[in-house]
Design a protein around this ligand. Structure first.
Ligand code: URP
Ligand code: ZN
Ligand code: ZN
Length: 487
């Protein structure tokens, strides 16, 4: 009998901290050995000249999800997970959205029914909580945590999703008590609505005014307020899709002050600008997302924040709405900016864009790339016991990258269910050519090798902040001023 089911031979392995030459022996879906000259496998993959990295973990994507206004994303769990796999990911954590009036139990059941028969990758969900009733807070969220769904997102904007500051305090405390991590979409709702109304009333309705209506000040204020709330109750908080220097600096400051505040940014803020919203006709609709695209100076600053560790995550925020009447043009062929579905596709290009523009061009170390695309997500979202690195005992979730492979981005080259890519025409160097999930080859040589439904639900651990600064043991947490267990 062979010692291993599979050996990946001759590659250069990189983790978030180290880069070394090693073969990887895989048995029963897990990494069983790391070393030179491994032998004795039923199958061997030759990785000579390649980089062998942890499979990406994509933790901000909208798949088979209804928006609050009723639009369905174009990707279901099959096309979404396939596209993620072709982009070097082994695990996805999309959102399971509660709309007002829905129970969390129903939401989880709905998403289980959507994901289990279709996902080719391992998966979990973050819950979007828009209706935090007493039952949700006291019964349903604890039940979700017990099932291993240990993170959720709240919105500080969008009329149909927004939670009040009081509700956010309740949610932060519920998460803290149950070992959860709260994620937040931080934009000032009143400022945006005021701007939208004034712009539309004056006839400024073209897509480019979407960016004008969501100014940097709106994000900066909401991030400050979110930090004030989270630090008051000493709960961890992750700001998703941070798009401004002011926002990122506020996060860096909070971390300096010892608060468990985390940040994420996305490819659209690093590789596109608000000028893209000003393309001819309705083309700008393809670039409408919230927060909106910013400018070149912001791109440079976000690279610095990624390198400095202010932002621990880099995610696609894949929110696929086609450029037709099912998506971006559901309000007509020339819609006003406030009637355009928000969100851009990009799950397949997330890691290749960062690799090409970061690692290949020398703006980011290979180890930082691994941290930003896999390891930090595993740690923040309670999967570090199984995923996010290359070490004996972990799931054999692996992406083999050809660092020289040149790719010209086209919409037709993507495996999602979209009719455009906002990154059309970019020339990339470096691509994940083989992707494994629990030792199974999912993608190889440009072909899908996995069956629908091959992915498994990942039961996640409680959040503990391990591996991040500030990393505080419970006994080091600052004492509250109240002398009573109010939170
Ligand atoms: O515009 C965006 N980002 N749409 C997706 C939903 C969200 O807020 O992340
Ligand atoms: Zn958001
Ligand atoms: Zn999103």
């Amino acid at each position: 009998m062979a010692d291993y089911d599979l050996i990946i031979k001759g590659g250069t392995v990189a983790t978030a901290t180290d880069t070394f030459k090693a073969d990887i022996g895989i048995r029963d879906g897990r990494i069983a050995a790391l070393g030179l000259g491994l032998d004795g496998a039923a199958r061997t993959l030759d990785a000579t000249g390649k980089l062998v990295l942890p499979g990406g973990i994509e933790t901000h994507c909208h798949i088979e999800q209804e928006s609050a206004t009723g639009a369905m994303t174009s990707d279901d769990y099959f096309s979404g997970s396939v596209s993620a796999a072709f982009g070097g990911n082994s695990t996805i954590v999309p959102f399971a959205a509660q709309h007002r009036g829905q129970t969390i139990t129903d939401v989880i059941r709905t998403y289980d029914d959507r994901a289990a028969p279709k996902s080719v990758l391992d998966y979990s969900y973050h819950l979007i909580v828009s209706d935090p009733t007493e039952t949700v807070l006291n019964e349903e969220l604890p039940m979700a945590f017990a099932r291993g769904i240990t993170s959720f997102k709240v919105f500080m904007t969008y009329d149909k999703l927004i939670v009040s500051d009081e509700a956010m305090l309740d949610i932060l405390v519920t998460a803290k008590e149950n070992g959860g991590l709260t994620m937040v979409h931080a934009e000032n709702n009143a400022l945006i609505k005021w701007m939208v109304n004034r712009l539309i009333a004056r006839g400024y309705a073209a897509p480019k005014y979407h960016a004008v209506s969501h100014p940097a000040a709106s994000e900066a204020e909401a991030i400050q307020r979110g930090i004030a709330l989270a630090s008051f109750v000493e709960a961890p908080l992750l700001f998703v899709h941070v798009s401004t220097d002011a926002g990122a600096r506020t996060i860096a400051d909070a971390r300096m002050n010892g608060h468990m505040i985390f940040g994420e940014t996305c490819p659209q803020y690093m590789f596109l600008t608000a000028d893209d919203l000003d393309r001819p006709g309705a083309e700008g609709a393809k670039f409408c997302c919230s927060p909106p695209l910013r400018d070149k100076a912001t791109q440079d600053v976000l690279w610095r924040h990624l390198n400095a560790g202010t932002l621990q995550l880099y995610s696609s925020d894949h929110a696929p709405y086609r450029f037709d009447e099912t998506g971006k043009l559901s309000s007509g062929s020339n819609p006003p900016f406030n009637r355009i579905a928000n969100g851009l596709p990009g799950i397949e290009l997330r890691a290749p864009l960062l690799f090409s523009e970061g690692v290949t061009k020398g703006r980011l170390s290979l180890n930082a790339f691994v941290a930003l695309t896999a390891t930090n997500a595993a740690r923040l979202f309670g999967m570090q016991d199984r995923k996010g690195s290359i070490a004996i005992g972990l799931d054999a979730d692996i992406a083999i990258w050809d660092p020289e492979k040149k790719t010209r981005v086209t919409a037709t080259g993507m495996h999602d269910n979209m009719d455009y890519t906002p990154f059309e025409g970019l020339e990339l160097t470096g691509w994940p050519v083989t992707v494994l999930n629990r030792g199974n080859v999912i993608v190889d040589g440009g072909e899908l090798k996995a069956e629908r439904g091959a992915g498994q639900f990942v039961k996640r651990l409680p959040f503990d902040g391990t591996g991040f600064v500030p990393a505080r043991a419970p006994e080091m947490m600052p004492a509250t001023n109240f002398g009573a267990n109010l939170f």
